[in-house]
Write a protein that binds this ligand. Sequence first.
Ligand code: ZN
Length: 395
Amino acid sequence: MPHLDPAQLDAQFTPPIERCLDEPAHEAAWEHEWNWQTPRLCEFDNYGKRLGNKRLSQFQCIKVGPLADALEDIGEVDAAQAMRRCGCYVIVDRYERGTVFRAMTECNHLVCPTAQRRRAAKLVEEKGGAIERYIRRNPGSRPLMATLTTKAVAAYDLWVAVDQIFKAFSKFTRRVAIKRAFLAWLRSLEISRNPQTGLFMVHLHCIFIVGPDYFKPGSKEYLSFEKLRAAWKASLRADYDPMVRIEKMRGGFAPLTVTGRKSLQEALKYCFKPGAIFYTKTGGRPAIVGATTRELFDPNDGKGLRWLTNVPLRAIIQALKDRRLVETSGNLKGNLDLDFTDDPDAETRAHEAELGEFICSDLYAWREVRGRGDFFFVGRSFERPANEGGFAMGP
Ligand SMILES: [Zn+2]
């Protein structure tokens, strides 16, 4: 269980720091368990003020509760421990015109909801930048958004299905017609689960960049829907017609507009649909799918296929661990070192200009009061934070 450790708090803040916890500062005095007592108030009136970020609180409830328990159940004891500590302290850097959230002691686990969100935000910036550069260098080219699917599989086949879709995609991109049509590509894996059947669906969200002549009448590059589906079917070696979707990507990409960023987010937001693992019980408490029911699964421990609890979680971790979940063609990787036109600090400066003057950093600690959790204000620093980049989260 996480402790409210003053040494840990102070390490995150350079002086001057004002701490509003009026308790003895030696470590032994801070060995409170999870439900630590409300400390006495000192000079800070807003001690105990809630952060009021509902999404963040929901995520934290899932993480430190049912998700950590489920990880422990499947034998991932270290991950469970890291998850219970993950994001229990949140720093909010307040600026004139906005705030930046920073979470401390993050677990970065594959199934951690906040880690997943942070990864997505980073990917959108990174890949958005690569697409922007590509289109600027190749005027007239434009991105299309596609979804390539496979048929549903049982949990114990998920790992194999992910393997197959990656291999099929690599074959797909080597086909002559595909190479001629799509000049650059990005693929992002996503897994969903049908709660009724319990079957998993593996699919790829793809961005295909086409040249200026792609849509011209009589274009040799153009691929009809039927041709695209046939190419995907052949790459999959499927005996069924896989579902395929393709459309123009909405928004501007050079420069990247708000709508363009939203489209990118659609493709990159997560590697599994949250509903595959999380659900809300009646009454609003978060819970993990399959925590109390048994399904057939082989956890690869040499004991073979058998009935186990937490199978959706086991299957997703097994299938996604150590995979390249997002991959691009070489020409979208770009060599940032060789890109002299881009000023690496320009973005940071632009972001700071947007936010205005730094005001203060507020520290919030997670705690549970009678079974309900929230982030509570515990300290404030007026020292400007070192620029390491936070993750933007809506208020
Ligand atoms: Zn985490």
